[in-house]
Design a protein around this ligand. Structure first.
Ligand code: PGH
Ligand code: CA
Ligand code: ZN
Length: 307
């Protein structure tokens, strides 16, 4: 079917108490892996395109691939601009049929973030496109900061309420303790659930969890097997993620797990079969590894048979 409104996908998830995966794409193989996995589990799915992915493949290529594939399958597929920073990219995404955009002005002071986000809401809503925005920061564990400093990075629930009211955004990404990349936690994964509960109570909109990759044992085992150096890598475990979904998370962003799976797939061929030089034989296993990741995620998120 044609692309489906991201807001519609998320409002249904909110009402029924599950989450939908938003998976970042970098090339055709990622798009196929994500959509095939979702089709096989009859799950809705959101395809995320970042500004750097747009620089890599062009917005027309990204949007074209997703739209073409979405039209050929029976599940709901949303197309989302992830971490939009520039007004120009927001406008391009709206023009190219994205069903939602994220404006990420979370590094600006509150009032400025409100002003920028309001402008994006005006542009996007006039084209029927929904909007995500973020408050707080996602630090890396490599940022050597104290617990108090880390707390200060997290979303303030009162501010979240004001922010959602004043901007009119459709879904909201609160910083509650995750970070982007393969090195999220020094020890066991941990989120600020009380903060999440308050944000949900005060905003009443679908909530988004960034930096949600699992970097799980299976991926790390495969990485080690094929010589991908990832020592010390740690992601969000599925129990913690499931609890976050119970408390109001409806969109779960995954990029790092797919990057690891892709690289592991490529390495497995190149290491084991030195005479292979057919790109399809190199990329094929990478797609299979990514499909596995997407399926595993969909099962944890509870969106099986909700397609
Ligand atoms: C993400 C992805 N994209 O917007 O938040 O996070 O690095 O955990 O995959 P990960
Ligand atoms: Ca940010
Ligand atoms: Zn993110």
């Amino acid at each position: 079917m044609a692309l489906v409104s991201t807001l519609e996908i998320l409002e249904k998830a909110d009402k029924e108490g599950y989450a939908v995966g938003a998976f970042n794409i970098n090339n055709m193989e990622t798009v196929i892996a994500i959509i095939e996995a979702a089709v096989e589990l009859d799950s809705p799915v959101i395809v995320g395109v970042s500004e750097s992915a747009i620089r890599y493949m062009g917005i027309k290529m990204a949007a074209g691939m997703v739209k073409t594939l979405a039209e050929a399958v029976p599940i709901s597929v949303g197309l989302h601009l992830d971490h939009g920073k520039k007004m120009e990219t927001i406008k391009e995404a709206v023009k190219n049929g994205f069903t939602s955009v994220m404006i990420d002005a979370s590094d600006r002071p509150f009032e400025e973030n409100v002003k920028i986000t309001k402008k994006v809401v005006e542009i996007a809503h006039s084209a029927g496109v929904s909007v995500e925005a973020e408050l707080g920061k996602l630090p890396g564990p490599e940022d050597d900061i104290s617990i108090e400093e880390r707390e200060a990075f997290l979303v303030n629930p009162e501010e979240a309420e004001k922010f959602v009211d004043q901007t009119g955004i459709d879904f909201f990404a609160p910083a509650i303790g995750t970070s982007h990349g393969a090195f999220k936690f020094k020890a066991k994964s941990k989120l600020d659930f009380e903060r999440l509960r308050l944000v949900k109570e005060k905003t009443q909109v679908p909530l988004v969890l960034h930096g949600a990759s699992s970097v799980n044992k299976k991926l790390l085992g495969a990485a080690e097997k094929y010589g991908l150096e990832l020592s010390g890598a740690r992601g969000l475990c599925s129990e913690v993620l499931k609890k976050a979904i119970k408390k109001g998370i409806n969109k779960v962003n995954t990029d790092t797990d797919l990057r690891i799976a892709f690289t592991v797939g490529i390495r497995s061929v190149l290491l084991q079969e030195p005479s292979v030089f057919d790109p399809r034989k190199i990329m094929g296993p990478a797609m299979d590894f990514m499909k596995d990741v997407v399926k595993e995620r969909i099962e944890v998120l509870g969106s099986v048979n909700k397609g």
